[in-house]
Design a protein around this ligand. Structure first.
Ligand SMILES: NC(=O)c1ccc[n+]([C@@H]2O[C@H](COP(=O)([O-])OP(=O)(O)OC[C@H]3O[C@@H](n4cnc5c(N)ncnc54)[C@H](OP(=O)(O)O)[C@@H]3O)[C@@H](O)[C@H]2O)c1
Length: 169
């Protein structure tokens, strides 16, 4: 069983040295159909660990995947979702010998930080189009060092930007 960190990184022209941008104003700033297809390929059939903020940003749970959501909130049960109240609970769940499917940590920032020592490999995809940030934008960044040496950089630099309304994770 491997634990993989799956992350999409955005760039802007000014502040590369401040860290890798992973979100703007609590969302993904842009989307690419190719990247979403790649995300599906990398996660279908697997157990996906995410934080409550990322979970709430999805229109519905990820289909054909086990959604493991770390949250302090009391959710009522949702098909395909396992809610966990602590990292220990998540680790206990994913260590059950009866399920050996890979585990993918899909964000966001708090969750990448929380699991950084458990992640065996980072899969980092870059969006090549530079973001145009506006004053007052709340930018979520990860320090570049978090990816360490165990990283696979997706060779595709995703160019196609479309409305998320037409795309589904
Ligand atoms: N670029 C990418 O690949 C990528 C991927 C995913 C997300 N993102 C972006 O990242 C941003 C969100 O990141 P974030 O750091 O704000 O949120 P997050 O990591 O998605 O979720 C944080 C939440 O996780 C829960 N949590 C964290 N630590 C916990 C613990 N020890 N025990 C129990 N629950 C815990 C809490 O949920 P509750 O509030 O429910 O209690 C907390 O509010 C957004 O902009 C999103 O679009 C980017």
């Amino acid at each position: 069983m491997k634990i993989i960190g799956e992350v999409v990184v955005y760039t802007d022209s000014l502040s590369k040295d401040l860290g890798a941008i992973i979100g703007v104003n609590g969302k993904l700033p842009s989307y690419s159909e190719e990247e979403i297809n790649k995300f599906k390929e990398n996660t279908i059939g697997k157990r996906c660990i995410m934080g409550g903020v990322t979970y709430r940003s999805l229109s519905k749970p990820l289909s054909d995947r086990t959604n493991i959501v770390l949250t302090k909130r009391n959710y009522t049960s949702v098909d395909g979702v396992i809610f966990c109240k602590s990292k220990e609970e998540v680790m206990e769940l994913v260590s059950q010998p009866e399920d050996e499917s890979d585990i993918v940590v899909i964000g966001g920032k708090e969750i990448y930080n929380l699991f950084k020592d458990e992640i065996d490999l980072w899969r980092v995809s870059y969006m090549s189009k530079q973001l145009e940030l506006k004053e007052g934008d709340k930018v979520t960044r990860l320090p570049d060092e978090i990816f360490g040496r165990n990283r696979i950089v997706n060779s595709t630099r995703y160019e196609t930007f479309r409305s998320v309304l037409r795309l589904k994770y």
